[in-house]
Design a protein. Structure first.
Length: 158
């Protein structure tokens, strides 16, 4: 399944070369202020093309809120957000129908979806699907900080 959580549930959808990818966040308390500036900051940090380790695929990564949001606050209905895919060159993936990449989820996807999975751009298992999760994470961090909980991380070289 593509749904996680108990009190707040996240459901991701879409494929890398489909019309759009997105997320439905259910269980957000009505009246939760969404800090769009903070969400945009997180999305900007994730953007491709910032180093040699990221994909060269350039997408605007602009989102559209379809439901659950009005006048800066959540309404209590599920929050649904989409990110349209505009820079797709699907023909680059035609050879992967029968060639499974060992460094990707091609094989598990083929087994799970009985060969009906969308392989273009990695399909539902593309790194692009992290974009809606970043959106949800930015909201989660804001909610936790309002409760006095701060999240920190660092990388230490030994």
């Amino acid at each position: 399944m593509n749904t996680w959580g108990n009190k707040i549930r996240l459901s991701i959808f879409g494929e890398s070369h489909g019309e759009a990818i997105g997320i439905v966040i259910d269980g957000l308390e009505a009246g939760t202020k969404l800090n769009l500036e903070n969400i945009n900051k997180f999305i900007e940090r994730r953007k491709a093309g910032k180093s040699s380790f990221t994909t060269s695929r350039k997408e605007k990564d602009e989102y559209k809120i379809l439901s659950g949001y009005k006048d800066g606050y959540t309404t209590g209905a599920p929050l649904c957000v989409i990110f349209e895919n505009t820079n797709t060159i699907s023909k680059d993936y035609e050879n992967l129908k029968d060639l499974l990449r060992p460094n990707h989820a091609d094989y598990p996807a083929r087994i799970k979806f009985k060969g009906f999975n969308d392989i273009r751009g990695g399909g539902h298992f593309s790194g692009r699907i992290t974009l809606p999760l970043i959106y949800a994470g930015a909201i989660a961090i804001d909610i936790l900080e309002e409760k006095g909980i701060k999240i920190f991380s660092h990388i230490k070289k030994f």
